[in-house]
Write a protein that binds this ligand. Structure first.
Ligand code: APR
Ligand code: PHB
Length: 390
């Protein structure tokens, strides 16, 4: 088999890339290790920057998002019983974010692929990128016991943090930057009314909590826990009780509780691989970088990578020029590092860390006081939260 671009991974990165390339008349094949149902069963982020909303619109997959997504003009920070509202719209000259789950984004992209009978191979085993240091790269995979080979011009590694693409690069060609936090987020999803019409990020003496949502009837909550926590130690009732404590009195009074339909613990990690291009192999999304979820940047960074990468490939086929491909890694990384900085800062500001020390605890408190008192600090938070320009 031959295609122009072989894409490994059918998460948001891979599917958005495939969709944009298709619209530009570029042929591609997506290879995904899991089944479509499995991919859709993963509950992940839920806040889209305007730039990502615009891309989904351009990709022709925005109809349901505009109908069902919830535009948010602001976001709240709560420390003890003080709540600070960051007026995202007012502070950024009119920019907002859209609350719409990654699962829904993925489903819309999958539906668009199905509708045009796109080449997506689910349950592809042993996917292996080969010869990407030459002009004739290939990808092999196994399906139903049969080995297949795809010859292509480029391989796009959109296969997440644990994917095969980054792992296939010779170790001396790649530098990895990593910060592991000693904490995790225990998340629950429950069919209850959101406690507030906007998100609340709370830093309480017991630790961080977040009140988020997927719709007017589906809520998503998180609490900070030690990273090695056994999820069985947290029955639903205990989580609701803890959320009421950490989110403050007003939220506690308004909180509707119910059974969880999903419950999981995710570790917090910052990670960047440099560069993101190795000959004819490019990494995008979680394959190249991870942010802790505190700033809601993971999914949005995947979208900005795909913005640069799709444009680079469209330029290659349209103008027979490698300039965009040559510039991809540098352009993407410049924005990635800024989102890494913001996610790290939000994480350090809002969590309780076991060995923070007295000085750093004072810095954390002062950072919060400064944010509450400074218009400039709030503008900085707001412009990052709604997303820096592509
Ligand atoms: N072969 C084929 N597919 C693979 C392989 C492999 N060896 N390894 C992983 N995959 C698939 C995974 O099963 C997954 O469906 O690649 C896909 C990667 O998807 P994501 O992990 O969702 O990564 P990405 O598309 O970059 O999306 C980034 O996901 O984790 C969140 O915070 C992150 O919201 C951000 C978004
Ligand atoms: C979510 O709704 O899952 C969510 C929202 C905001 C974050 C992280 C996750 O910062």
């Amino acid at each position: 088999m031959r295609t122009q671009v072989a894409i490994i991974g059918a998460g948001p990165s891979g599917l958005l890339l495939s969709q944009l390339l298709h619209l530009a008349g570029i042929d591609c094949v997506v290879l995904e290790r899991r089944s479509a149902d499995y991919v859709l069963s993963r509950i992940r982020a839920g806040v889209l920057e305007q730039g990502m909303v615009d891309m989904l619109d351009k990709a022709g997959v925005s109809e349901r998002m505009f109908k069902e997504g919830l535009p948010h003009d602001g976001v709240n920070m709560s420390v003890g019983d003080t709540r600070l509202r960051i007026d995202l719209k007012g502070l950024t000259g009119g920019k907002t974010v859209m609350v719409y789950g990654q699962t829904e984004v993925t489903k819309d992209l999958m539906d668009a692929h199905t509708a045009r009978d796109a080449k997506v191979v689910y349950e592809a085993e042993d996917v292996t990128p080969i010869d990407f240091d030459t002009d004739t790269p290939r990808v092999t995979y196994k399906k139903d016991g049969v080995t297949h080979e795809i010859a292509c011009d480029f391989i796009c590694g959109c296969d997440g943090y644990h994917g095969v693409s980054r792992a296939s690069v010779p170790q001396d060609a790649i530098t990895e930057f990593e910060k592991v936090y000693p904490i995790g987020w225990l998340g629950i999803l429950s069919y209850v009314k959101p406690v507030n019409h906007e998100l609340i990020y709370a830093n309480h003496d017991n630790g961080f909590a977040l009140a988020s949502m997927r719709s007017h009837t589906l809520s998503r909550y998180y609490i900070q826990v030690p990273v090695d926590t056994d999820i069985n130690a947290w029955p639903d009732d205990a989580i609701w009780d803890e959320l009421k404590i950490r989110l403050g009195e007003e939220a506690a009074a308004n909180m509707e509780t119910g059974p969880s339909i999903e419950k999981s613990i995710a570790p917090l990690r910052s990670f960047v691989a440099e560069p993101l291009r190795f000959g004819r192999l490019m990494l995008a999304g979680d394959a190249g970088h991870i942010v802790p979820p505190t700033g809601a940047k993971g999914l949005n960074l995947a979208a900005s990578d795909i913005y640069y990468l799709s444009n680079a490939l469209i330029e290659f086929y349209g103008e027979k020029s490698m300039a965009g491909v040559d510039a991809y890694s540098q352009k993407a990384l410049a924005r990635i590092w800024k989102a890494e900085r913001f996610s790290w800062w939000m994480t350090m500001l809002l969590h309780k860390f076991p060995d923070l020390g007295a000085f750093n605890a004072k810095m954390q408190q002062t950072d919060m006081d400064y944010l509450a008192s400074s218009h400039a600090a709030q503008v900085s938070l707001a412009e990052n939260y709604v997303g820096l320009p592509f």
